[in-house]
Design a protein around this ligand. Sequence first.
Ligand code: COI
Length: 363
Amino acid sequence: MELKTEIKPKDKCGKLPADESTLGFGVIFTDHMFSMSYSESKAKERDKGWHDAKIGPYGPISLDPAAIVFHYGQEVFEGMKAYRWKNDDIYLFRPMKNLERMLASAERMVMQPFAAPFVLEAIKELVKIEKDWVPKSPMTSLYIRPTYIGTKAILGVQPSSEYLFYVILSPVGAYYATGFNPVKILVEEKFVRASPGGVGFTKAGGNYAASLLAAKKAKERGYTQVLWLDAAEHKYVEEVGTMNQFFVIGDTILTAPLTGSILPGVTRDSIIHMAKDYGYKVEERLVSIDEVITASENGTLTEAFGTGTAAVVTPVGELCYKDKCMVINDGKVGKITQRLYDDLVAIQYGEKKDPYDWLVKVC
Ligand code: COI
């Protein structure tokens, strides 16, 4: 498929705010977007399969009000970032891993597969066009949001026969307004995020919609996000709203296994790799909330942190469950958390050699 490009006149383009510390997360968007469409229809031979791949001006999309995405939520998305190095080179971090995860999400949602290498080239081209939008201040990056929706106008519940895939870009700062500082997390007692056999491992918009009520209630009580427990027993820790969760208990770094109800995070995978390389003992296994409480009480719970593309590595300073509040490492950033954060960020921003071949150059 050919990739067409239509560039906006320079005088119609926006630019980064002069003060990059005001960026926030996902608030402003760049001038161009990538899109491509899919149709099963044989009526228009030209439009069969994936077609109309283009980079054009960012702007509203027009969809039929009956489009499947609005009614039955056939939608998946991704999140990755482009980083500006000191020498102004721009790199992506493990983008293929995100696109592979998107294909797995799409398969679960009975959406058409797409050619990930083609999409990666389109993303590189888009980021290259928007390179002036990649911020340069510490903790900033260009967030990349591939989005994939069922667009067929039909009210029968079924997989769509038409799709729109698009990628938008947003220059961002830290996901949490607090930056790299410990957050307060509430362990959710009543609501669940995902159940066995469900769609917890996908990056489906519906997973996030379903999390909003618990997150809202937690926020009202002063917590940043919730930590979900498993749906079957309400016993095992799964993940936090926008990040995978890790604990350091004794000499071991623990995180929940990929049993299908949590997101297989790209940052999670990277941190596990790095931690093992540093010689830490890492276990992906079921961790009960009781085990965490016991470890907190006997002093062996020394650190907790979350990982995610948006969240990077976020220290957890306080974890509350029912009437128990555990302050972790005196509410300060732990040594292991700090080391993993520093090194991951140093790799992403080209300040440390990338021994894993995780970086992909854009320009
Ligand atoms: C990400 O980390 O990229 C996410 O998608 C989390 C989020 C902002 C929904």
